[in-house]
Design a protein around this ligand. Sequence first.
Ligand SMILES: [Fe+2]
Ligand SMILES: [Fe+2]
Length: 243
Amino acid sequence: MSQITEIAPDVFKISTFISEVNIQFNQFLVKDEEPLLYHTGMKGLFPTVNEAVAKLIDPTTLRWIGFSHFEADECGALREWQRIAPDATAICSFVSKMVSVDDVVAERPARALEDGEVLVTGKFRFKFLQTPHVPHAWDAGHLFEENSGTLLCSDLFHQNGEVEAVTNSDIVSRFKEMLIEYQEGPFANYLPYTTKTEKILGRLADLKPKTIAPMHGSTYVGDGESAILDLAQAMKDVLAGSE
Ligand SMILES: [Fe+2]
Ligand SMILES: [Fe+2]
């Protein structure tokens, strides 16, 4: 059911398309001395994601489980993962840990990462950036893998539909279409546009990512800095001043 694609050396995208909502849910498995899973997916996805992870590593050896913010698709199956992987520790923002994660979904306490902190998993180096309300939620953060230049960007660059696993073509226009479509329905105001949004997106652009890995839709390989600046403009166009 889930499709596996290597988006950068030893960084694997595990993608499951849910036709009822017309969305792909992507998790990322990073093979390293200390294997890392980014996003757990919802509880209902656990069997299929677990099956996919088992094709790449022994799932019981998982060491780190990262996510951007507290939501079902980000960390809903954290407990299920921690029950099969005895050394798996959640990594998230201090706010995420304190406000929700430790009490609601964690089998054991999460490790809170500070803004700018780097987690070394072996050959990979994950820098944590605290990004409140980007893409959304007070506790939001991002992980950037410095060696491969991969930005794990959660709901930023969300694209609807059963799209290709990886692309070199523009994904911002698809993202903008999604924002416009969502503004008309029950998912309106999916992403906030605040006085801090542009500055936070500027920080992400300054990382100059080579690979942009969203939770929903195609991974983009190319000029990540320009893509993020274009995304900031798209968000401003659709969301700034919206009701
Ligand atoms: Fe989200
Ligand atoms: Fe999401």
